[in-house]
Ligand binder design. Structure first.
Ligand SMILES: NC(=O)c1ccc[n+]([C@@H]2O[C@H](COP(=O)([O-])OP(=O)(O)OC[C@H]3O[C@@H](n4cnc5c(N)ncnc54)[C@H](O)[C@@H]3O)[C@@H](O)[C@H]2O)c1
Length: 424
């Protein structure tokens, strides 16, 4: 990165559904408008190179985007990430299936490039430790996308908690219901052995962890099989996860998070989401269907157009001044990463870069170093489900107990299996 050019050349690993929904509108907007902030000035953020499995999505995108995007190089196959890095990028985003984040992120950081990873960041603590250490050693940002933290409803919840309007959470539930088209179509290529908890419940694990703080103590989980894969196999239709937290005053809270990806495609909304959190002095209820809109269009709803539209996530609009735009928190979260990198690199004198880097790394909403309890919950969920699918159900993981950071207790087994020895 040279100060005279002020260009953040961007690499993209994976160009699937989430690329279409959020990265594409982000790249097209910065292609058109650049990115400006008084601290770092006017910068370019071009999509420079992409890495995918087959290259077909990249070519389809190149065709459909036309002049809405600049020229970019496309690499496919086993070696695509290395080739993308060789092409020359300053930041790179990873949006591959969740069990393929680590290798790409490790290669990117090793090459001295800032990285942004889709949720869940990685699937176990050892991988997280490795990426956090790499980022620290190389003086880079390693961040993860949890766009629901930028949802205005969740920001209001956190503001009430932060300001003490809502006091001491005691328990709560969340549910995230994805349509069948996700597990049966969109993700069919990589879904074997995967579960909807890791894929989507993780949004609410992060919301709970970030909003309420506290220390994760216990993870329990179960689930159902038989629709996406065999009833006795490793692929899950739905999961129920329970997390127990303890707070500084010694009191506990429990959260149940239900996730499924086998619900009807003719849902009124795209993903149906619901939360309820109970406090000492209040109750917070959130439901995607009660956000405000119910719209019916003959012949279009509920499949082509949804009845309960989420206009906050990445809505497409004709603005009052005539422009067509696509905007929302799903796109804002990506732009913030570009801004955070630009502030580190150009937001003041070069001699103060280390201080700016440390400020950006202290942002708990997206820094990998602050993702420990979320990854611990994910690793525990994966281990409990894996054992269940191999005939050892009803496992419980205790966090930072006598046996280590993550210890899996299985009924009938005299000693726990240590999944991660250091403290979480
Ligand atoms: N923020 C969100 O709410 C949200 C929503 C959906 C998905 N996601 C996350 O985004 C990621 C991708 O999900 P998706 O829905 O776009 O999946 P997808 O299946 O639609 O797309 C995956 C993409 O990754 C590419 N790919 C697969 N393996 C690769 C490899 N080894 N190297 C390079 N490219 C590879 C594929 O070619 C494809 O382009 C997942 O981690 C998922 O959890 C986040």
């Amino acid at each position: 990165m040279t100060a005279s050019i002020r260009t953040l050349r961007t690499g993209m690993v994976g160009m699937g559904m989430i690329f279409d929904e959020t990265y594409r509108p982000f790249f097209e907007r910065v292609h058109r408008e650049g990115l400006y902030e008084r601290s770092f000035g006017d910068i370019d953020v071009p999509l420079t190179a992409v890495a995918t499995r087959t290259g077909s999505r990249a070519e389809a995108y190149r065709k459909s985007a036309g002049s809405n995007i600049g020229a970019f190089q496309s690499f496919a196959g086993e070696d695509s990430v290395a080739q993308m890095l060789k092409a020359g990028v300053d930041i790179a985003c990873v949006a591959t299936p969740d069990d393929r984040h680590f290798e790409a992120a490790q290669a990117i950081l090793s090459a001295g490039i800032h990285v942004l990873i889709e949720k869940p960041s990685v699937l176990d603590m050892a991988q997280l430790d490795e990426l956090v250490a790499l980022a620290a050693r190389k003086g880079l940002l390693a961040k993860v996308v949890y766009h629901k933290l930028l949802d205005p409803d969740h920001k209001k919840l956190r503001t009430f908690v932060h300001d003490g309007v809502l006091q001491h959470v005691n328990n709560g539930y969340c549910s995230l219901l994805e349509p069948k088209s996700i597990s049966g179509g969109q993700f069919a290529e990589w879904i074997k052995g995967r579960n909807p908890g890791t894929y989507v419940a993780v949004h609410y694990i992060k919301l709970i962890d970030f909003t309420f703080g506290g220390r994760l103590k216990t993870v329990m989980a179960t689930g159902q099989r038989g629709i996406v894969g065999a009833a006795s196999g490793p692929t899950w239709d739905s999961n129920q996860l329970r997390l127990v937290y303890e707070y500084a005053d010694g009191r506990e809270a429990a959260f149940d998070i239900h996730a499924s990806w086998v619900n009807p495609d003719n849902f009124p909304g795209y993903v149906e989401q619901e939360v309820q959190f109970r406090f000492d002095n209040g109750v917070w209820n959130g439901h995607s269907r009660r956000r405000g809109i119910e719209c019916t269009v003959e012949g279009k709803t509920p499949c082509e157009v949804k009845i309960t539209i989420n206009t906050h996530y990445n809505g497409t609009f004709v603005e009052p001044w005539g422009d067509r735009t696509q905007r929302g928190y799903g796109i804002e979260v990506l732009e913030r990463f570009a801004r955070e990198v630009a502030r580190v690199e150009w937001g003041g004198p070069a001699s103060e870069r280390a201080a700016r880097l440390s400020t950006a790394q202290s942002l708990a909403y997206n820094d990998l170093a602050a993702d420990r309890q979320v990854v611990a919950a994910v690793q525990s969920l994966e281990a409990i489900l894996d054992h269940a699918s191999r005939g050892m159900p009803d496992g419980v993981v205790r966090v930072n107990g006598d046996a280590g950071g993550l210890a899996l207790y299985l009924p009938g087994q005299p000693a726990p299996q240590v999944l991660y020895s250091p403290m979480v």
